[in-house]
Design a protein around this ligand. Structure first.
Ligand SMILES: NC(=O)C1=CN([C@@H]2O[C@H](COP(=O)(O)OP(=O)(O)OC[C@H]3O[C@@H](n4cnc5c(N)ncnc54)[C@H](OP(=O)(O)O)[C@@H]3O)[C@@H](O)[C@H]2O)C=CC1
Ligand SMILES: O=C(O)[C@@H]1CCC=N1
Length: 288
């Protein structure tokens, strides 16, 4: 479905590169159909070297070359980037924003145009084609737009289609930000292994492989995590002793609090960005 589509990235940092990596690895489209813009020429050179895609420091050039434009800059500068790029956009292009917190309605304010827009919240595991991505459609999308957006994100992992207003911030707090929680957990488990006398290399490998194996069992067995936990924890054994300590440390509450904080921060970012986009427009109409 994407073979003939030219896909452009405005911002090619952590998440932009993760998507490029996943798209190239999956062969969903050819590297010559991928266009990356960024302000950092060294980063662009490294991306060209690794993935053999087209790179340029000009956002406008990427938009001109692309059928699908993915906005992958930080939310805090999105208003400025939308203002710069809006003149090059029209209804012939599908626009995808992956900015945390920023509603499509705010992007419409930033662009001052009615365009075909999709909001997506992928995660960094797109690098290895294992993203969990939530996708929501804007008002003016055409029949095929959601299918194309899903094809992009399915090629770098798994997708769910949601209603933006209700749930996107929660997905941002859970699966968009989730890899950061898991990386922290793995780092801490590796520290624990080192404390117990393992080499750092073995400890890190074993904790990473343990997370990978546990995730695969959850997804493949379809058993409830509580049931799987019970299969590890023998009566009077080691795992239940460890779980007791986790519960004493409030692991479950801490993780719930973490997702709640990140969801609230996503909402807060959205509110801040709406104000920012309105201010940029007012300054422009006042000739500032
Ligand atoms: N990181 C993640 O795991 C996830 C991020 N996201 C979203 O993805 C977006 C990007 O995040 P992330 O990749 O982490 O951020 P990064 O800062 O890593 O990437 C953004 C890139 O855009 C570049 N940039 C800055 N200004 C401009 C400009 N005017 N034109 C073009 N490029 C510019 C930055 O350069 P420089 O660094 O030199 O400023 C940087 O290389 C955000 O909106 C974030 O909310 C969504 C899901 C997960
Ligand atoms: O921390 C952030 O704001 C971004 C969005 C989701 C994951 N990382």
């Amino acid at each position: 479905m994407l073979q003939k589509k030219r896909i452009g990235f405005i911002g090619s940092g952590n998440m932009g590169e993760a998507l490029v990596s996943g798209l190239v690895l999956s062969k969903a489209t050819q590297p010559e159909n991928i266009f990356c813009a960024d302000i950092d020429p060294e980063l662009l050179a490294a991306i060209k070297d690794k993935y053999h895609v087209n790179v340029t420091q000009s956002n406008l050039e990427v938009i001109q070359q692309s059928d699908i434009v993915v906005y992958a800059t930080k939310p805090q500068i999105l208003g400025m980037v939308l203002k710069e790029t809006a003149p090059a956009l029209d209804e012939s292009k599908l626009i995808i924003s992956i900015a945390a917190g920023v509603p499509l309605a705010a992007i419409a304010i930033g662009l001052q145009k009615k365009l075909r827009m999709i909001r997506a919240m992928p995660n960094i595991c797109a690098f290895v084609k294992e993203s969990a991505t939530a996708i929501a459609a804007g008002e003016y999308v055409l029949e095929n737009d959601v299918a194309e957006a899903r094809a992009i994100f399915n090629s770098v992992g798994k997708t769910v289609f949601i209603h933006e207003n209700v749930l996107m911030d929660a997905f941002t707090g859970l699966s968009g930000s989730g890899p950061a929680y898991i990386f922290t957990i793995v780092d801490a488990m590796a520290d624990a292994g080192v404390k117990m006398g393992l080499s750092r290399k073995d400890a890190l490998f074993l904790s990473s492989q343990t997370v990978l194996g546990s995730a695969r069992m959850l997804l493949e067995s379809k058993e409830h995590p509580g049931q799987l936990k019970d299969r590890v924890a023998s009566p009077g054994g080691t795992a239940i002793a460890g779980i007791h300590t986790l519960e004493q440390g409030g692991l479950r509450t801490t993780l719930i609090n973490a997702v709640e904080s990140a969801t609230k921060r996503s909402r807060e970012l959205g509110e801040l960005m709406v104000k920012d986009f309105i201010k940029i427009n007012e300054n422009e109409s006042n000739g500032k």
